[in-house]
Write a protein that binds this ligand. Sequence first.
Ligand code: C2O
Ligand code: CU
Ligand code: CU
Length: 474
Amino acid sequence: MLTRRNMLRATTAAGVLAAVPAGVVVGSRSGTARAAESPFTTPLKVPTPIRPVRLADHDFYRLTTREADVTVLPGTTTRIRSFNGTMSPLIVARRGRPVVIEQINRLNVPFSMHLHGGHTPGSSDGHPKYQVNPGDQRIFRYPNAQDAATLWIHDHTHHEHAENVYRGLAATYLVTDEFEESLPLPKGQYDVPLQLRDAEFEENGALVWDMHDFEGRHTVLVNGRPRPYFEVAARKYRLRLINTSNERLFLLQLGEGEGEEFTHIATDGGLLPAPVTTRLLQLWPGERHEIVVDFARYGVGRKLVLNNTYPYEGEAPGVMRFDVVREAADPSSVPSKLRPVPDFGTSQVEREFTMSFNPKTGEHLINNKPFDVDRVDIRPKLGVTETWKITNADTQYGIPHSMHPHLNAFKILDRNGKPPAAGEAGLKDTISVLAGESARIQLRFTDYEGLYMYHCHLLGHLQMGMMGQMDITR
Ligand code: C2O
Ligand code: CU
Ligand code: CU
């Protein structure tokens, strides 16, 4: 069952998605669920890093996946699937120092832990063949031999991940490095990860789950709090935005009207080559974008709402509110150059990936095939540069897709033949492609052989088959 919805409405003014035809999403249900809370009444939770056990050459963590009862909406209790009983926990890692996680599965469903954006050996990458069954445990090794970036951990269980992620299994994972630390960017309490996602709740606080029906998800959560407020100082902050939603695009703007200016400094793979001043940011599921906002421009007493200018029908745009409440010294600044993008040389292999939907079976396909764990789709060679052309052929229904190859980040060569915008000029690991459009990316797999996945990061699509498998060899 397909229903139409106007994907253009909120965005043509901004011009960003002007090429999206009237869209279709699967499912619709008139909401009996709990109406949206009055916004900006709950304080933001800023996560403190989980403390590792520090061993000689690595940091050791134990992450227990289990159900937990937490308060999301004031006065109610929500049963979630959690890491260690909390929503949106934080791990901070350092380049070159491995993190080892013992994951203990106390859920009654299988779990497969994936470090999104991690340059990770295949046995620790969350491949379905390494799923951890209820009651079992597994050791994951993350070498962190990669540049500083904002990563996140989520479930990758075959046929369960969409629900597992929806029910709360998403952790923030930062890789830090010396180069980034040497820059005068905002640090410490002024460097804040923000996991953005949506959810739908019953009156009693229970999560409503229906993979095919997501337009009733009118409660936006930031770090597990509904449309929170955040008391900030009148100075610069680094905000690391992570979209952990199943299906939702956020089109973010700060303040009213045209929106306030902020500085885009990093994407999935870390720092951009140079900062970009902008007023609008697209944040697709799985993506990360980091911005620096200078609240000194507004002064104590101002309140600024971060809006999603692309809400669902009947949904409020406000995501969270920044309340400027105090003065603070600000030695930070954004340098005019950040980190250059590596040169992958000339591509020796070209591949094409066509993303499409089969309305008869409800499957989402790559090159006309749904995922098959027993089929290898492509065989890249270590150290060989490839160009992938990704085409979204879903013009009939106007369904957006994305592509996320595991293991290595990529460079965007072009979108519809045009060079990427400045905000997409850094290393990425997830790229959105609108219906009827195509993009070319350049990438090179390094260090690890084995089976890895690539897929659309709209989790319902991924669950309905939009994933392929590569066997990387020497
Ligand atoms: Cu967020 Cu297969 O990844
Ligand atoms: Cu990933
Ligand atoms: Cu898709």
